[in-house]
Design a protein around this ligand. Structure first.
Ligand SMILES: Cc1cc2nc3c(=O)[nH]c(=O)nc-3n(C[C@H](O)[C@H](O)[C@H](O)COP(=O)(O)OP(=O)(O)OC[C@H]3O[C@@H](n4cnc5c(N)ncnc54)[C@H](O)[C@@H]3O)c2cc1C
Length: 454
């Protein structure tokens, strides 16, 4: 018997959260639905962020905000306690443990044979006809609705750096850092959250490793307070907003709270998507050019334990921040000779390894599947080309701006539309809102197909 079916392309946290919410809703309403979760690396429920095995890679969000279920904020804490972990709601779990949690919540949500979840390890390469996903191995997955949860792209290639065995072009690739164990210096391009991961791992692997971290502004992510900041109100005018107005309101809120910028950032967070949409396209561009780098380091903070470890590495000279830009890197006897412009001075550095931690590539068309959707007019890029254009319910807009009734997106792919859409608290809200929509669409397509068959 034909039952409603949904295919989710991308099996990271976004895809897993979409499946969890859909299957749980189907169970509550006694509806049959089949879900296929496709992941090209077989990292179902883990994806890029939670596939790490390094126990020092911590969540950058406290336990109390990382439940998979927005309406059950204690869900993660209860799970962690039941698993015998010593953690409180203001603590930061290892990301690998969080991956285990997501996997278990996903497994609990499936209900074969009425609500099966098919975990498929394969790469989606095209969307054909009536929402059939074609896989790289030639198989086809037919379903009533498709969710795009492809997450972040790998970092963009760095100009001036050729492929080399000691140049790690994607530090998030499985086991990428495992080879950096010979104690030679490591140059990390970027000084953000990924650099923090890389520095914590490679300096523990070998006691002699020194890390150079290079970026244009050499800004490090700020640390969380030892207990999570309470959100403070920020008064933002209604209607069209300018970046200058947003900054003014933020500064006033910080001043009025005696400098509690952590609380102000927490107060802004629930409104971030609405604020982004209040900015005109020009103002969004201005934000990206002038403000984003400061927003990122204050908004995406690191746990106190990671901040302390980074401070210790800096104090001992094992982590050195460099402000400037890379000019070129060429193979040398021990690894790579790097030429960088440091505050206007061309400087050579001999390093054993070069790691690209410049963050996800902005251009989603570097992904062949997404590029194909855009080329076919099934999807279009948002005006800032940060991701796909979508309606308020995540329905993907086609080349003419018409929402596709059966194709949805969530998570980092919606960066241009929502801006703050890369962390679990935002993604789980999208997954919860998408679930009833998917049920409705899948049920109506199935009913239509059955009436046609009858
Ligand atoms: C290092 C790191 C740490 C983070 N820490 C936190 C944190 O502590 N708290 C927090 O809230 N957020 C954190 N984040 C943010 C993170 O983006 C989200 O929490 C979440 O993991 C995003 O998941 P995703 O599924 O959208 O993307 P991804 O994890 O990138 O998953 C997408 C998946 O899609 C698969 N895929 C892509 N293309 C195809 C295709 N064509 N066919 C089949 N499969 C495909 C990929 O293989 C991948 O597994 C972190 C992010 C990173 C990178």
């Amino acid at each position: 018997m034909r039952r409603p079916s949904v295919t989710i392309v991308g099996g990271g946290a976004s895809g897993a959260l979409a499946a969890i919410h859909l299957l749980r809703l189907a169970r509550r309403s006694g509806t049959a639905v089949a879900v296929t979760l496709l992941d090209r690396q077989g990292r179902h429920a883990l994806g890029q962020a939670y596939a790490t095995t390094d126990p020092h890679h911590l969540l950058n969000t406290p336990v109390e905000r990382m439940s998979a279920l927005e309406d059950e904020p204690e869900h993660l804490l209860d799970w962690a306690r039941a698993a015998g972990l010593d953690v409180d709601d203001a603590g930061y779990l290892p990301r690998a443990v969080y991956g285990r949690y997501l996997r278990e919540v996903l497994a609990d949500a499936e209900d074969p044979p009425t609500r099966p979840l098919h975990r498929v390890t394969a790469t989606a390469v095209a969307l054909e006809g009536e929402h059939t996903v074609r896989l790289a191995d030639g198989r086809r997955v037919e379903s009533d609705a498709v969710v795009l949860a492809l997450g972040n792209r790998s970092p963009a290639p760095v100009p001036g750096v050729a492929a080399h065995p000691r140049h790690l072009a994607d530090p998030w690739a499985g086991g990428a850092l495992a080879g950096i164990d010979d104690g030679t210096p490591v140059l990390v391009l970027g000084t953000g959250l990924t650099m923090v991961d890389v520095a914590l791992t490679v300096t523990r692997t070998h006691p002699g490793t020194v890390v150079y971290a290079l970026s244009r502004h050499a800004l490090l992510p700020r640390p969380h307070l030892s207990s999570p900041a309470a959100p403070l109100p920020v008064t933002i005018p209604d209607g069209p907003l300018r970046v200058a107005g947003l900054l003014r309101a933020t500064r006033h809120a910080v001043r009025d709270s005696d400098g509690d910028w952590h609380g102000v950032m927490e107060g802004l967070r629930p409104h971030a998507q609405a604020l982004w949409q209040q900015l005109s396209l020009e103002e969004r561009r201005l934000f990206l050019r002038r403000v984003a780098r400061y927003w990122e380091i204050h908004r995406h903070r690191i746990p106190p334990a990671s901040a302390a470890a980074i401070a210790e590495l800096r104090a001992s000279g094992r982590l050195r921040l460099l402000r400037g830009s890379l000019i070129e890197a060429a193979p040398s006897a021990g690894g790579l000779r790097v030429r960088a412009d440091l505050d206007g001075v061309a400087t050579d550095l001999d390093v054993g390894w070069l790691v690209n931690a410049t963050g996800p590539a902005a251009d989603v068309t570097t992904d062949p599947f997404l590029a194909g959707l855009v080329a076919a007019g099934t999807a279009r890029l948002d005006p800032l080309r940060l991701g796909l254009d979508a309606g308020a319910d995540g329905a993907v807009l086609d080349a003419t701006g018409r929402p596709d009734e059966r194709l949805f997106a969530l998570g980092p792919l919606l960066r241009g539309t929502l801006y703050e859409t890369t962390a679990v608290p935002e993604i789980r809200a999208q997954a919860a809102a998408l679930a009833p929509r998917l049920m409705e669409v899948a049920a109506s397509v199935t009913a239509h197909a059955l009436s046609g068959a009858g």
